[in-house]
Design a protein around this ligand. Structure first.
Ligand code: FAD
Length: 384
């Protein structure tokens, strides 16, 4: 029914097998960026599959990108270190000038430049993006001056460029509440120390996330993407791809947990028989399997709609919600199946358990997906 991309899956799986659990455990312990893994993926061309061939990518659809992300997670790895290199460029591709596309996309495709930082969330506005306070004020004809702060800007220390959402017209002066925000493609290579400060945030997972401060950072007018004031719309148009790809990662995680739990349940013997012989152990594994398969269908449906250029907002959000919930249920089931050993670093379950929790909160929380479905799909009254 759906294209499986078996060859790509097998090749990605082979690549991932070079980076076993110990590699990820060590990076996790040191909160270190998996540079070698990201380089291997880049060199093999997997991070540029969504870039059209004319700009040096392989011009594949999002289903192929999903297959790649799913395989990474299913192998025990973590694509969170680099997944944004795949899709952040979509905003430039759809809304950038020809000059911006020619200048950046081939370099992003080859890995010479990294565009995997996305500055939207702020400490005071959180999920309420329209209340963000970072401003970009016109500086004569020379460009813009940026002031403000972002939080949870991930991979910024491992990126050359950042896609930034900032306010260019004060909120009280715009006609529509979604107006007045603009997208900038910041070249950060000379900006650090010249108006841009990055402060890493240590978190419960290894995610290279940071706080970013803008203090009179001057950027050229050529860094504006598309038209001034339409940035919120541009950002929204890229979110479906992000939701679908992250949902595919969650499916990969869920499959890893199910496989790990099944193997352990068959091997671990207590009371003179394998624990997997008890239905109390079997059923949660079987239930996780059913939930994951169902969520996977929604991921594939949303990917297909996206590729056909259909509006897939509802499906992309449902895919993200169902897959994040399924992977979290599978994570908890895997912990329970492993009993006390789930807590031992050696089994690697606790690392994946911590990592899987993120996707019920970021890049969009499960609550906000339900709110979107209730209000925009079911037509119920708006809560905000
Ligand atoms: C590790 C990590 C990496 C991240 N990377 C990035 C990144 O690269 N770039 C970026 O821009 N952001 C990033 N984020 C931010 C992430 O997108 C936000 O954390 C997430 O969207 C939730 O926003 P918040 O943390 O401000 O929560 P808040 O908006 O403060 O919400 C707190 C809780 O209240 C709930 N809530 C809020 N409003 C409602 C409502 N109306 N109805 C029901 N429930 C509601 C939310 O669902 C949430 O559970 C990252 C976050 C983390 C933790």
């Amino acid at each position: 029914m759906f294209e499986e991309y078996s060859e790509i899956r097998e090749a990605v799986s082979r690549l991932c097998n070079q980076f076993e659990g110990e590699y990820w455990q060590e990076k996790d312990r040191d909160r270190a960026y998996p540079t070698e893994f990201v380089k291997a993926l880049t060199d093999a061309g997997y991070l540029s599959v969504l870039i059209p061939e004319e700009f040096g990518g392989s011009g594949l659809g999002i289903s192929a990108a999903c297959a790649i992300m799913e395989e990474i997670q299913k192998s025990g790895g973590n694509g969170g270190a680099c997944h944004a290199q795949m899709y952040t460029m979509g905003t430039v591709l759809r809304h950038g000038t020809e000059e911006q596309k020619q200048l950046y996309l081939p370099k992003i495709a080859s890995g010479e430049m990294r565009l995997q930082a996305f500055g939207v969330t702020e400490p005071t506005s959180g999920t309420d993006t329209l209340s963000l306070r970072t401003t970009a004020v016109k500086d004569g004809n020379n460009g813009y001056v940026i002031n403000g702060q972002k939080i949870w800007t991930s991979r910024v220390e491992h990126s050359d460029l950042m896609l930034l959402l900032a306010r260019t017209t004060p909120r009280e002066q715009v006609e529509k509440r979604t107006g007045g925000l603009s997208v900038f493609l910041l070249d950060m290579r000379d900006a650090v120390g010249n108006g841009l400060t990055i402060r890493p945030i240590r978190t419960m997972i290894n995610h290279a996330t940071t706080e970013v401060f803008f203090d009179n950072l001057k950027v050229p007018a050529s860094s504006l993407v598309g038209e001034e004031g339409k940035g919120f719309r541009y950002i929204l148009s890229g979110l479906n791809a992000e939701r679908i790809l992250i949902a595919a990662e969650c499916i990969g995680d869920a499959k890893w947990f199910i496989d790990k739990a099944k193997t352990y349940a068959n091997e671990r013997s207590v009371f003179g028989r394998p624990i997997g012989q008890n239905q109390g152990i079997q059923f949660p594994i079987a239930e996780s399997y059913a939930q994951t398969e169902a969520a996977d269908l929604m991921v594939k449906k949303s990917a297909l709609l996206y590729e056909e250029g259909e509006n897939c907002g509802a499906e992309a959000n449902m895919a993200k919600y169902l897959a994040a919930e399924a992977s979290w249920k599978a994570a908890d089931m895997c912990m329970q199946t492993h009993g006390g050993f789930a807590f031992a670093e050696e089994y690697d379950v606790e690392r994946k358990f911590r990592e899987a929790r993120l996707y019920r909160i970021a890049p969009i929380s499960s609550n906000l997906v339900l709110s979107y479905l209730a209000e925009h799909v079911l037509g119920m009254p708006r809560s905000y």
